[in-house]
Design a binder for this molecule. Sequence first.
Ligand code: AMP
Length: 214
Amino acid sequence: MTKIIVLIGAPGAGKGTQARLLEERKGIPQISTGDMFREMKKADTPLAREVQEIMASGKLISDDLTYQIVKDRTSRKDCGGTYILDGYPRTPVQAEQLENLAKEQGKEIQAIEVFIDRGELMKRLTGRRSCPVCGEIYNIYSKPPKTDNVCDFHPDTQLTHRADDNEESVSTRLATYDELTKPLLDYYEKSGRLKKVSGEGDLEEIYKELESLI
Ligand code: AMP
């Protein structure tokens, strides 16, 4: 049966970087709710402004709106086989909504926790940069671009720092993770659907381990 691979981990654990590598190298579509919301907030509509405000504060967007965008996106043709969800589900309600979606799509859910020491996270998040054109993720400490602050693939594009990677919203995002998302690890563990990988160390080593779990 084809799978929905759910990556769960605190912000900064490296889910996005690894999911993008899996997409690049194995052709498994990576669906990131964070990326979709960042795209959505660029529009000039009341909803976009609301999304922008919520994201900047580090809080979560409503379960129903999030479900709607996940359902729409994963019903496209490229998600007919196995796909990766990066950053979804993040609450018990979302986990329940995903069970229904998986049933409708005839897929199995496989959750993978990317775990990392809390002390490392702040450094990672504040060092994170990304390309506004292709979304490539860098880190000034652990994965710097070839030229300072410029995307390796878009030499004319300066990297940007996410608006919600400041200390205040990072603390809100970590607290939200502990309160709402962490309990999902137990939920998937109890139903025998949880695997774990360390998010610390060399990117390629983490990738190898993750790939072996899929
Ligand atoms: P991320 O890029 O995964 O860290 O997500 C950035 C922000 O997008 C989060 O802090 C939330 O405001 C919003 N977001 C992303 N995924 C979800 C989700 N599954 N549920 C609710 N809000 C989300």
